[in-house]
Design a protein around this ligand. Structure first.
Ligand code: SF4
Length: 323
């Protein structure tokens, strides 16, 4: 068997927002029993979705598919206010698992809108997070996907207050270029007080950049609809390594390994760690894996509280148990 050294990016995999969203569905199932309805994929990973389905979660595209009065969990990507309104009409019991860092962008959008700003949202058309954020101020937000879009944007006058926001899971480097183009066209444009691209996205991109310097090939575990996973592939390629996105070990093409003796592995923010272990085990059956080395660029210790309805229900159980 051929020798292979494996290098693991750190941090990789679950971020605090995904961890919270998945645990929210798990707790809702424990507390209320099946079924628990979830609007859209709770996080963009097919393995996570299938696993929760086997435990009794039912994923729907729209709240109109949910029986009146049932419990619904909103996904980590956030929803537009119209979705909350629709849920209210159906008297749904809502558990909102929107990541707090996405909620922060929604709050910015609402604040700017209330102050008469027009906003340019840097993001990917159709992504659930973008749909949700734009829903906060549909008449005030224009989407910008690339730096090439900037000359095509409206010619706002200088007395029109203007701000930009970004999706949380973009490429840090690419977004920098789009922001530079916006600032060149609209020098008075306001920046968010704190970067909207989240810590997990930035950290995983920084980690894969370092990893790509060490290896010939980087495999990224994640689903094709996971924005941050797709960005990791792009960053690895821009940093000089070949790179491919895989759902799991079944998608590995051995031809990618031709001439490769040092391989990197990382995973998107919605991919569970067990998939990384599965890929390593797959290689161990086919290669002499001489080492598995973690390349840590930053240590993460971020965590978020579960949504309030879940915390309240757990507190009641704890109080009953203490009596
Ligand atoms: S990637 Fe960032 S914004 Fe998205 S869920 Fe994770 S922490 Fe939240």
């Amino acid at each position: 068997m051929t020798d292979l050294e494996i290098f693991l990016a750190a941090p990789r995999g679950y971020c605090a927002g995904v961890d919270r969203a998945v645990e929210t569905v798990e707790r809702a199932l424990e507390l209320q029993g099946a079924p628990v309805y979830v609007r859209k994929q709770i996080v963009h990973n097919i393995h996570v979705v299938r696993d929760l389905e086997t435990r009794g979660a039912i994923f729907v595209d729209d709240v109109s598919e949910i029986p009146e009065g049932a419990t619904v969990v909103f996904s980590a990507h956030g929803v537009a206010p119209t979705v909350h309104a629709d849920a209210q009409v159906r008297r749904l019991d809502v558990v909102d698992a929107t990541c707090p860092l996405v909620t922060k962008v929604h709050s910015e959008a609402k604040r700017y809108d209330a102050r008469g700003y027009k906003m340019l949202l840097i993001g990917h058309e159709g992504h659930e997070e973008v749909v949700g954020t734009m829903g906060e101020a549909p008449d005030a937000i224009t989407l910008v996907e690339t730096a090439e879009d900037v000359p095509l944007l409206p010619a706002f006058s200088e007395d029109q207050p203007l701000a930009y926001l970004t999706q949380t899971t973009l490429s840090v480097d690419e977004t920098r270029g789009i922001i530079a183009a916006l600032k060149a066209r609209y020098p008075w444009i306001h920046s968010p007080v704190k970067e909207d691209i989240c810590y997990a996205t930035s950290n995983r991109q920084a980690a894969v950049k370092e990893l790509a310097k060490e290896v010939e090939l980087v495999l990224v575990i994640g689903s094709a609809n996971s924005s941050n996973s797709c960005r990791l592939v792009e960053v690895a390629r821009e940093s000089g390594a070949a790179s491919h996105l895989i759902e799991d070990e079944t998608e590995i093409d051995l031809a990618w390994l031709d001439g490769v003796s040092r391989m990197g592995l990382t995973s998107g923010a919605s991919a569970p760690e067990r998939l990384v272990r599965g890929v390593i085990a797959w290689f161990e059956q086919r290669y002499t894996v001489t080492s598995v080395t973690e390349v840590e660029t930053v240590h993460e210790d971020v965590s978020f509280n579960l949504p309030r309805p879940i915390r309240r229900a757990l507190a009641v159980i704890d109080a009953d148990a203490a009596e």
